[in-house]
Design a binder for this molecule. Structure first.
Ligand code: ATP
Length: 306
């Protein structure tokens, strides 16, 4: 059944307004506004320390915001967790040493009113054959899949995954995403933090880039690529100084190494025209179409400057 039917039409799966969490001088999350519709598959991207895990912890009600509010299908995070509306797979999720995989997933299922059958959760997580294995004897990737089964077993409308494939090998990673597609095909909502941009490119409807506690880009993969496209100009300009390049219009950031210049521009056409007028000796000019990888670098370096 689609999540819109399961959790009510018209209500955002996640609604966040004015969210802040500071640790002393560190602005881990520094004013986030966001709405995620039921059925969206959203990748949360950003460099180390961008604030992704802190945001995820507040969405799950594990960390109390300094300011702002999070609602999950109109409920508080704590209500959503206790109703089984939200399932989470965290990097730090502890497993019980003495319990078998089947016992652990069964225990979590027993806490919920309408769980998915344990067998079904194990099958979806690709660990049906590990049902009797104790957690001390699981590999890192297998532990991740147990955490995934635990997240699934409440049959949630919304799954939150913090770097879900971090310990998985290539084959396991593929199986994991296959299972995730089975989950999202039913119209459920998924938010996953990742450092693998190709996963975002392949599986997300929408990508959200965080940097220094703020959202710096939010849109479809194509929109984010378009946003960054043409913003990076590479050229060889003998004798040009950084200050001269910075004075050109629409320039957000400049890197000069010998005669090689890399310019981050908010309007590459404008910058290029001015650059050619000012430096007729510029050569090897390139404005490449960007991959999500390059968009990531461009977007985060743009913010470095501001
Ligand atoms: N409990 C805490 N106490 C103090 N500082 C914290 C705490 N939790 C997070 N931080 C700081 O807040 C910032 C954001 O951290 P966070 O873990 O949310 O980033 P992240 O985007 O998830 O990073 P990564 O990709 O490395 O997992 C970092 O500078 C981090 O050191």
């Amino acid at each position: 059944m689609a999540s819109t039917e399961r959790a009510g039409n018209g209500t955002a799966a996640i609604h966040i307004s004015g969210l802040k969490k500071h640790y002393g001088a560190v602005r881990a999350v520094d004013g986030i506004d966001l709405s995620i519709a039921p059925g969206e598959v959203v990748a949360l991207l950003g460099p180390n320390g961008a604030g992704k895990s802190t945001a995820v912890d507040m969405i799950l009600g594990l960390t109390k915001p300094d300011e702002g509010e999070v609602t999950i299908f109109g409920k508080t995070p704590k209500e959503a967790v206790s109703h089984g509306t939200i399932g989470a797979m965290l990097q730090s999720g502890a497993l019980l040493d003495d319990a078998t995989v089947g016992e652990m997933v069964g225990m979590v299922a027993s806490l919920h009113r309408k769980p998915m059958p344990v067998k079904e959760a194990l099958r979806r997580a690709g660990i049906a054959d590990l049902v009797k294995r104790r957690s001390t004897r699981l590999s890192g990737g297998q532990k991740q899949r147990v955490r995934y089964a635990v997240a699934l077993v409440s049959d949630p409308d919304l799954l939150i995954l913090d770097e879900p494939t971090a310990a998985m090998d290539v084959g396991t990673r593929r199986e994991f995403w296959h299972s995730m597609q089975e989950f999202t095909a039913a119209g459920r909502t998924v938010v996953f933090a990742t450092h693998y941009l190709e996963e975002a490119e392949e599986f997300a409807d929408r990508v959200i880039f965080m940097k220094s506690g703020k959202i710096v880009a939010d849109g479809s993969v194509a929109e984010v690529q378009a946003l960054a496209a043409g913003r990076t100009l590479h050229a060889k300009i003998p004798g040009a100084t950084k200050a001269e390049i910075e004075a050109l219009p629409a320039v957000a950031d400049v890197d000069v190494r010998h005669d090689k210049v890399v310019i981050v521009s908010s309007s590459s056409d404008t910058t290029l025209r001015a650059l050619l007028a000012r430096f007729p000796n510029a050569r090897d000019i390139e404005i490449a179409g960007v991959s999500l990888d390059e968009a990531f670098i461009t977007l985060t370096s743009t913010i470095n400057k501001s």
